[in-house]
Design a protein around this ligand. Sequence first.
Ligand SMILES: Nc1ncnc2c1ncn2[C@@H]1O[C@H](COP(=O)(O)OP(=O)(O)OP(=O)(O)O)[C@@H](O)[C@H]1O
Length: 687
Amino acid sequence: LNLTHFHFHLSSVFSLNMPILELEPTISSVTGSPASTRPHANTRMENSTVHAEPPGSTNNTNPTLESRVSDQNQAIPSQLPFLRKSLRPITLKFQDLAYTITSPESNKTRTVLDGVSGVVRPGELLAMLGPSGSGKTTLLTALGGRLPGKISGSITYSGEPFSSSVKRKIGFVTQDDVLYPHLTVLETLTYAAMLRLPKNLTYEEKAEQAGLIIVELGLTRCRDSIVGGPLIRGVSGGERKRVSIGQEMLVNPSLLLLDEPTSGLDSTTALRLMGTLKGLARGGRSVVTTIHQPSSRLYWMFDKVVVLCEGCPIYCGLVGQVIEYLASIGYVPGFDLMNPADFLLDLANGVVPCTNTDDHQQYNQSREDCHEDDKSVKLFLISSYKKTLYPLIKDDIHTKTHDESRAIRGPQSSRCCDSRWTTSWWTQFKVLFKRGLRERRHESYSGLRIFQVMSVSILSGLLWWHSDTSHLQDQVGLLFFLSVFWGFYPLSNGIFTFPNDRLMLIRERSSSMYRLSSYYFARMAGDLPMELVLPTIFITITYWMAGLKPSLVTFTLTLLIILFNVLVSQGLGLALGAILTDLKQASTLSSVIMFVFLLAGGYYIQHIPPFIGWLKYTSFSYYCYKLLVEVQYSEHEVYDCHMDIHCRVLDFPGIKYLGVGHLWWDVAALGVMLVGYRLLAYVALRG
Ligand SMILES: Nc1ncnc2c1ncn2[C@@H]1O[C@H](COP(=O)(O)OP(=O)(O)OP(=O)(O)O)[C@@H](O)[C@H]1O
């Protein structure tokens, strides 16, 4: 797959085969000097239809660009009509953004962003550069509307503040690929299409879009491979990144934000990816990406850059003018062929060589030995930016573009018709249910789990082989064991559910892919088969081997009680996982709770002091055990208690203490727990 192929296909979906935007930069120079004379040949990708010339000015409305953007929308192939409808260009403007954090330990505040401003217009690709920790991700997160209420300054999207309809037009690709490792590339994109594409499209149309994205992103070869993750080998890192981008591209976002999309990729793949982004921008989107250490080839593909130094901008504007600007304040690259990105990063780190040389080695030596004081360089760069560039940026921000005027005029504003969700509750539920079953098919139906349950059931059957009321103590012990085993087991599985899903839930919910309630019920329903099948197998084996009452009714009631108990204890596990999120804490607490329930269950201790006797009423094992006894033994059933003397089973010490009777109260108590724990889990997730 070469670059040309890659672009060629992308252009067919996202109308990249539009006329190349050969727009003359209308701003001569941010410092007043003539426009960059840097040869544009540097900015072209070989064999690519994408050009890297600045697509428009930084300070003017450019009707030509906008009319071309709408032309490009007209050019979208007829089999993809929804793409044409949904692309409304967004001009992103941000002004004076500031963000501080307070350390909970020391109570000290730290400035993460300070006075960051800029504009990204449709058709532009803006890159954020800066050393590690300079605030790039924070800025990107803020632009994606994901730091609500925490950030000061203003961010507008074609003149509008952030809203749920704006949110739906934003694609956000996080640095870490949060994907289900066991789903294939095709499954991942198909389920995303089902959840994210509008409800007026049919299943087939949505699946077709997913298929097209696969072709366009060059993922055909690995479409049936699992995505994989840190512990499971799947597709390569670059392919995984493309899957993440594909998920966002499905919705044809007007504004695409990407956090370090090229990290971990080789330079050719990175270039190819950036070419894709450039192509998406040229299709009328505004694209913003953070990037760590771009090669010079990558660097010249950007239209604009924001360079951050400890949260403050030292440059924001057209990429072709940064070197001139820096020269105007006294900083020039060490040698002619130096990668401008390296130069910018050196400066943002406060590192300035004091020798000007053409010799690479000499430059590096000078960089090591002879740089000025880091702090004063940084301060000088920040204050120069404020003096020289900030007024220009401010003017640019205040210039209204075509799409902003249109948004403000109203009738075409998207807000009227956009609801928060693209699909109905029922569709979300169905897709999430199926996706959950597919993702967890290995885990749930693993031979290991079935072996675990089968072996314990057979062993229990053998240990209690054909027990009868002549050994009542043993038989009652079995009933207690059943209630405890089927309390512990689902509880310890349940606590993993939400902590494992947490990252995915946050990512997908941030993109408004589905309602929390549809996810929640889909997850509950998806877990149900396995939660119920395993105990059913267990009870069927153990019940008959252990010689419990040979009655189909009693067997069925016993099974139903155990299944009820399973659902209650799993609910407690879900609630603990949702409240604590930390697995270690959740599993520690769950074992403490389970031991309390075990001891208060009524089998080990029959004379609990009254001041702590209430504990048993909190234990689902207690209710389950009591119900099992109630259905196993009839009121007048007797057993041989001593040398042919018959006693009532219900008077047996381990049973009498339970106070059998009030069967429906026990069922009601379990019912309250069943609903209560699950409600608690839902509320905790929502919080
Ligand atoms: N919620 C937070 N809690 C603690 N520190 C934070 C938080 N958010 C941001 N920071 C700090 O703010 C600074 C900027 O972080 P950010 O992730 O934006 O940097 P970055 O430029 O993206 O870094 P990198 O290139 O290494 O990803 C860092 O020092 C980071 O530790």
